[in-house]
Design a protein around this ligand. Sequence first.
Ligand code: FES
Length: 121
Amino acid sequence: MYNETVMDHFENPRNAGEIPDANAVGQVGNPNCGDVMKMYLKIEDGKIADIKYKTFGCAAAIATSSAASEMLIGKTIEEAEKLTRMDIVEYLNGLPEQKIACSTIAPDAVKAALQDFRSKK
Ligand code: FES
């Protein structure tokens, strides 16, 4: 069902965990299945210096979280905001049609974290 890239990210998720002194935290849930992602960012000089997450979800949710974390490290806030679920799906060389919706929580969690960052300023 899943391609090799997706399986690799699912079995060896990159950057999973928590940043205790994160300055941007966002949590989102998928209302259709109840899966949840919490994203932690450390933003320094307008760039994402560190990124970690906890995803309680399906294989696609975990793989897309992992891929998003790799894609975003070192990026500016503006670049991070532009990340779409289809960018992530492309990065993973595709997802099964019925799992495309699962790729939404990663970019949504990034947006929630960036909103949190701005609200603290
Ligand atoms: Fe919930 Fe995939 S089934 S995010």
